[in-house]
Design a protein around this ligand. Sequence first.
Ligand SMILES: [Zn+2]
Length: 436
Amino acid sequence: MTRLIIPRVLALSVLALMAGAASAQPLPAYDLLLTGGHVMDPANHVDGVMDVAIKDGRIARVAKGLKPADAIKTIDARGLYVTPGLIDLHVHVYTGTGERNSYAGDNSVPPDGFTFRSGVTTVVDAGCAGWRNFQDFKDRIIDRSKTRVLAMLNIVGHGMRGGKFEQDQSDMDGEATAKMAARYPGVIVGIKTAHYGGPEWTPVEQAVIAGTRARLPVMVDFGTDRPTRPLYDLLTQKLRPGDIYTHMYSGLRQEQDPVTLGPSRALVEGRKRGIYFDTGTGGGSFKFSLAVPMIAAGFKPDSLSTDLHVGSMNSATKDILNVASKMMAIGLTLPEAVAGMTAAPARQIRRGDLGNLSPGAVADIAVLSLQKGRFSFTDMMMGKVSGDRRLVAELTIKDGKVVYDLNGLSALAWATPPGDTARDSRWTAFARPAAH
Ligand SMILES: [Zn+2]
């Protein structure tokens, strides 16, 4: 038997040629296909079993009967829910500055460690940075994260750096804030006021000036409850339709009617005017003693958000799917919960391009399982409610690529030879290296 000896350099070039020939074949119509999942896309009123096809990082088609032969990769999503990538409207992710006791520092968390594993593809940082330090936040976190990080600018120029900054009325400049917002349209998606303890309306008024100039919504954490600035006036006079009231079930600022235990008149009138209400459950902003009777009275949240930070990441809030499962245990339907994490927050931040599975939309997708069993959910008072359903993120896709895969839905048995790395890189962030 003659042994054919091919010099190593030649062998490598033959391999390279073969690889070149393989990738020169015409690509299938789709990069990735999810088949048989229950698609829940509230923005498009889709709620049923469908296939979802992705090409070039965008949604190509949502229909029944799409063919695996037309895709580089097909993932079987039967028995799972397929939703737009989740949007967490209220998080704190300006970490890494080294500043202690500061949301522009140690109180924040790195987004990628918390997002994809919960089906989240977009977060909105709720005011960690103001106009003075936004550029640093952008350089440090927004531009370097795989998660899509958007931001609401704090009306305080220095942002959420703690009391001596956040109580300083002289650093609340609506004009300067609007000017910075105008530099990054679509990234700066709102104005935030938070944590104010004084009796004045200054932070709210300056935030509304900024929001009006920049054509952006204002999100309010109403700080300390003060008789000089009642919640009723905030929601019926100071804020504009389209502005957002977060921490809606905190009970810290007259959200609840003391007699009926349903929503206060302020909340009811605010909703009539078009104010949005957000959970922002956080570390100390969610009580069942409010949420249960208010939801029973029909006052459900517009959006579900975590208020994720070091004080909420391991306590009652945990992550957005825990918040959603909790809200389902006390009266929200699954479609309402999904809408509250997709279409609703997208509408609130005026990013209608996100939070839906329309053809042409960016292919951000969460594949969720709805687990049945005995679960409990807690609040800031260490109270709990029981539930029989829990949402779990199985697979997360960002810009058309798998970025998280809990149970290896997209993986092959380990002994399977590697596929074509270049092709696989079209649908996954985890393509196996080529054979050597
Ligand atoms: Zn917050």
